[in-house]
Design a protein around this ligand. Structure first.
Ligand code: ADP
Length: 242
């Protein structure tokens, strides 16, 4: 489904991605973990070129993402759901309009877009909030709108960039619950950046640990936490037992 080879990205002298290889199968849920600044966000943003890599290969279903022109890239992004750390909702639009936005931009009939928007809002537990504005919602509710927006195009792959990182601890669990339910009930391929270790242990089919712009260890969560090889995996294991 997704194949990344020798991906590199620097910001001036700072090397954010230092030759990353990663393969994700169709329907697989992969969690990426690692210390702040190790390149997780950069990696996930490179997949749909929200961040432009310097070099390397990204193939999604065999399609060379690096070779897409801007029109093709827009079309490609419609098939990729992206959930942002800071929600990125449009404040002057209602919840339903935020969710419908990309469907309408893609040329979908308004009634059809509204009806699909309502269905996904229901799915994330926000039935009844359609006409509210983002600022009237809690952070957890806003992120659930962000998830609904990513889901509404029925994407084959969803990218999650630390979706609970900007939430109060008390609101984190409501978002994790929605995420867990989605992983269990949809066939969508998921690539999730998160520090939530117990969530990762429950939902990930594979955990990928990064450090200093590289993948340092990957494997099935239970196995990796039973016998971590890298310093980073050992640190995360400690989080799990404390
Ligand atoms: P993570 O998601 O693991 O915290 P990031 O991918 O956000 O890491 O960042 C990797 C490195 O690249 C960090 O040192 C960060 O400061 C730097 N970086 C990220 N985005 C930018 C940017 N737009 N401009 C300059 N440096 C950046």
């Amino acid at each position: 489904m997704l194949e990344i080879r020798d991906l590199r990205k620097s910001y001036g002298k700072l090397v954010a991605l230092d030759g990353v290889d990663l393969t994700v199968s169709r329907g697989e849920t992969v969690v990426i973990m690692g210390p702040s600044g190790c390149g997780k966000s950069t990696l996930i943003r490179c997949v749909n070129r929200l961040t432009e890599p310097d070099s390397g290969t990204i193939l999604v279903k065999g399609q060379d993402v690096m070779a897409l022109d801007s029109g093709e890239l827009q079309e490609f992004r419609r098939n990729v759901g992206f959930v942002f750390q800071q929600f990125n909702l449009i404040g002057r639009l209602t919840v339903l309009e935020n969710v419908m936005f990309h469907l309408v931009l893609g040329g979908m009939d308004l009634e059809e877009a509204r009806s699909r928007g309502r269905v996904v809002l229901h799915k994330v537990g926000l039935k009844g909030a359609e006409q509210r504005r983002p600022h009237e919602l809690s952070g957890g509710q806003q992120q659930r709108v962000g998830i609904a927006r990513a889901l509404v195009t029925n994407p084959e792959i969803m990218l999650w960039d630390e979706p609970t990182a900007s939430l109060d601890p008390i609101l984190v669990s409501e978002v994790l619950e929605v995420m867990e339910e989605l992983v269990r009930t949809t066939a969508t391929t998921m690539l999730i950046v998160t520090h939530e270790v117990s969530f990762a242990l429950r939902v990930a089919e594979r955990i990928v640990f990064m450090d200093k712009g590289q993948v340092v260890e990957e494997g099935v969560p239970k196995e990796i936490f039973a016998d971590p090889q890298s310093e980073i995996a050992r640190l995360y294991k400690r989080l799990l037992v404390t």
